[in-house]
Design a protein around this ligand. Structure first.
Ligand code: AMP
Ligand code: FE
Ligand code: FE
Ligand code: ZN
Length: 282
């Protein structure tokens, strides 16, 4: 079994990179991709643990792209973590995230919820800060009982403590992944809230910008959505990838290697296909 979409404490997962790989080994996974939001800070640690435990760790990243509708996320597989161009952009986006988290803490204070930005920053550690870190601090001061509740009442788009974040265009994000040696894949297409011909047109547009895969086997996709996405991937000749989107305790319903709606079974051939595409990038 393999899982090509996971998060560690380098972004908004709750397991340290080493602990994530240990869990993967316990679950007898042969490979995982570490795809933290806007950071590759956990990759080296995960790979070191993977070397010891016999789990392949694919270097990855997940980038957010501006989208009128829903959420457009791109996964970058086999990026070179030390790539200077990649590092510079990720640092910039992490700084934007910090400023946004600070503004959210201010908004919460106006709403009577006093949390400390310094604590949020400490909880986020050295990688990227995100709303789940704010949510956990809200839990700690007993303003909410769960991350889910923090999002539903305060942090989601449209809710009172929401602050928008500046995001790159798809073309820039795809270009960045490719220039760092990686393969760009559209994460969880369902979150675009597009169907049929509209979704196909959007994926074609992204493919013209260098996209080479779409995430089909994802914990939040229903069996029917997976089937439709598999057909779309074949039709457009892009790789049909998959992963759980494991975040540890920040998304308690999702297990490593499987998800809320049944197992996420990712064919091992997907990894070879991605490796092949990345190999051509040299
Ligand atoms: P951010 O990157 O700061 O915009 O926060 C988005 C992250 O929050 C996503 O990557 C998810 O991990 C998490 N998230 C989004 N919506 C929810 C939700 N309703 N409940 C729990 N976590 C969520
Ligand atoms: Fe996340
Ligand atoms: Fe995502
Ligand atoms: Zn993710």
């Amino acid at each position: 079994m393999i899982d090509l979409h996971t998060h560690s404490t380098a972004s908004d997962g709750t397991l340290e990179p080493e602990a994530l790989v240990e869990l993967a080994a316990q679950k007898k996974l042969t490979a995982i991709a570490l795809t933290d939001h806007d950071t590759v800070a956990g990759v080296a640690r995960a790979q070191a643990a993977g070397g010891t435990l016999g789990v392949e760790v694919v270097p990855g990243v997940e980038l957010s792209v501006g989208s009128e509708r829903g959420a457009l996320h791109l996964l970058g597989y086999f990026v070179r973590p030390e790539d200077a161009g990649l590092r510079a952009k990720l640092d910039q986006w992490c700084a934007v995230r910090q400023e946004r988290a600070r503004l959210m803490v201010e908004k919460l204070a106006e709403l009577g919820i006093e949390i400390s930005y310094a604590k949020v920053e400490v909880a986020a550690g050295s990688g990227s800060v995100g709303r789940p870190h704010v949510a956990r601090e809200m839990m700690r001061v007993k303003a909410v009982r769960s991350v889910e509740e923090a999002f539903e009442r305060y942090l989601r788009r449209g809710k009172p403590a929401y602050v928008p974040r500046e995001m790159p265009e798809a073309e820039e994000a795809i270009g960045l992944i490719r220039s760092a040696g990686g393969v760009a894949v559209l994460a969880h297409p369902a979150t675009l809230w597009l169907k049929g011909a509209e979704l196909e047109a959007r994926v074609k547009e992204l493919r013209a910008q260098g996209l080479e895969g779409i995430e089909v086997h994802w914990s939040g996709h229903s069996p029917r959505q997976r089937q439709e996405l598999l057909v779309l991937a074949k039709k457009l000749s892009v790789v049909a990838t998959g992963g759980s989107d494991f975040h540890g305790e920040n998304k308690p319903g999702i297990q490593l290697g499987s998800g809320r709606r049944g197992n996420v079974r990712v064919p091992e051939a997907v990894l070879q296909a991605l490796r092949g595409l990345a190999g051509k990038r040299e």
